[in-house]
Design a protein around this ligand. Structure first.
Ligand SMILES: Nc1ncnc2c1ncn2[C@@H]1O[C@H](COP(=O)(O)OP(=O)(O)OP(=O)(O)O)[C@@H](O)[C@H]1O
Ligand SMILES: Nc1ccn([C@@H]2O[C@H](COP(=O)(O)O)[C@@H](O)[C@H]2O)c(=O)n1
Length: 228
């Protein structure tokens, strides 16, 4: 029997390009859950810092400004949204400039404290359950999540997937180097680094299609919901 009393909370973490966003959105949509992209929140605050002339490589300057922007995340998996001070940030947060700066900003403890508070508030309002994706969801943001998944894939597979998105405008080798560099920064920071929770289920997506990954995770969540 489906458990309708406790909303299921699904944490999906993993390195860049492993399929967290594609998988999380589809799983949430199939199961009637909300969806929160925490990476978009770190990107959004980075965009605000860059737009407001804050030196993103100065942790003191970033910490000083971390409380200023107003971030709002829409959690419909079919149409996720993010605004900063009322402006639609969905496009600007995907630029190379933001991607190159986001690891420095997300390493600042004051930024993390601010965004983790917003993330937990979003989860608290998701009365039907939610899929939350990021780097530290299972370890730090939602350590009591009912289902924890850690997605992985080889660097080669991830780079090929990302290059495909960019229509070959950036070489696979350059894409792979950038992914590895961002993962290294995210894994080595002191404040809640990218890490697999001890009780997370690792899913290596290298040889799986996106559909297979989605089906696997839907099955894991259904098992949890039905207690089977
Ligand atoms: N199993 C898979 N097989 C093939 N392609 C995949 C698979 N999973 C995801 N993709 C594709 O790989 C690309 C990256 O996926 P996605 O954006 O979901 O990864 P991500 O982990 O959220 O990345 P990031 O952390 O950088 O935001 C997308 O183009 C997506 O369609
Ligand atoms: N829980 C999280 C989520 C993301 N980050 C940082 O944001 C960057 C962008 O994430 P994407 O998923 O959109 O690629 C990521 O590289 C991290 O620096 C984080 O720290 N914690």
């Amino acid at each position: 029997m489906v458990n309708t009393v406790n909303p299921v909370i699904v944490a999906i973490d993993g390195p860049s390009g492993t399929g967290k966003s594609s998988t999380s959105r589809a799983v949430a949509d199939k199961l009637g859950l909300r969806y929160l992209d925490t990476g978009a929140m770190y990107r959004a605050i980075t965009w605000w810092m860059l737009s407001n002339g804050v030196d993103v490589n100065d942790p003191v300057a970033v910490a000083d400004q971390a409380g200023k922007p107003t971030l709002v995340s829409g959690t419909d998996p079919t149409a996720p949204t993010i605004t900063v001070d009322g402006l639609d940030a969905a496009g600007p947060i995907r630029t190379q400039e933001v991607t190159a700066a986001v690891s420095a900003v997300s390493a600042v403890p004051e930024v993390r404290a601010r965004l983790v508070e917003l993330q937990r508030a979003a989860v608290a309002t998701a009365t039907d359950g939610i899929v939350v994706e990021g780097r530290d969801i299972g370890t730090t943001v939602l350590p009591a999540a009912g289902v924890k998944i850690f997605l992985t894939a080889s660097a080669e597979a991830r780079a090929a997937r990302r290059s495909g998105e960019l229509n070959g405008s950036v070489s696979v080798a350059a894409t792979q180097a950038a992914l590895i560099q961002r993962d290294a920064a995210d894994s080595s920071r002191v404040a809640s680094p990218l890490a697999k929770a001890a009780d997370a289920i690792e899913v290596d997506t290298t040889e799986l299609t996106l559909t297979q990954v989605i089906e696997n995770i839907v099955a894991l969540v259904e098992e949890k919901r039905t207690g089977s």
